[in-house]
Design a protein around this ligand. Structure first.
Ligand code: URA
Length: 187
């Protein structure tokens, strides 16, 4: 069994925070564990909780289109979330839930060893880049740490609510593709 499969088996048993009690399915992550590019969202929504896969609801359909804009698809990248279980009524995950879940994401990222991490929205950006990250002002900027390039873009759910944010996101996506071509090759 691969390291990622072993980690998934362990994670599926997780009872580290209160979200375990209300989950239908834990949503571990999908895609290519050898990809240089990882997308990190916030946490599962209703559809993800029901299906056990990240980004399969309306926001996920838009994420698929965003991947297409970068000439990528789900099998060439890795997609996961800050918290692996759905917060009730899709509220923001509490700091203690993010903290309790962080060991899983840390291990996932150790196994993948990506070149680029793209935070989808504010929760991922404040967890992974800077607690004071301002998505409106700082989306599309690059941050380098331990040999990994981090950036954040608007969450696809925000782009569903506000189509006015789409043109700047289109530019961010094109820039991520350029960065990817500069640092790695993708199959
Ligand atoms: N929103 C997220 O942040 N993650 C998902 O997996 C689905 C919706």
């Amino acid at each position: 069994m691969s390291d990622m499969d072993t980690l998934k088996q362990q994670c599926m048993q997780c009872q580290n925070c209160g979200l375990a009690a209300t989950r239908t399915n834990l949503v571990f992550g999908v895609g290519n564990p050898e990809s240089p590019l990882v997308f990190v969202g916030e946490g599962p929504g209703e559809q993800e909780d029901l299906q056990g896969e990240p980004f399969v609801g309306r926001a996920g359909k838009l994420l698929d289109i965003m991947l297409e804009i970068m000439e990528l698809d789900r099998s060439s990248v890795y997609i996961c979330n800050i918290v692996k279980c759905r917060p009730p009524k899709n509220r923001d995950p509490y700091p203690e839930e993010r903290e309790a879940c962080s060991q899983w994401l840390t291990r996932q990222l150790e196994i993948i060893s990506p070149k680029i991490i793209v935070c989808l929205g504010r929760i991922a950006a404040t967890s992974l880049i800077d607690p004071d990250f301002r998505i409106t002002r700082q989306h599309g900027q690059w941050f380098s740490r331990d040999g990994i390039s981090y950036t954040a873009i608007y969450h696809p759910a925000a782009l569903l609510r506000d189509v006015g944010k789409r043109p700047e996101t289109f530019m961010d996506l094109k820039e991520i593709r350029r960065k990817l071509d500069a640092v790695a090759s993708v199959d």
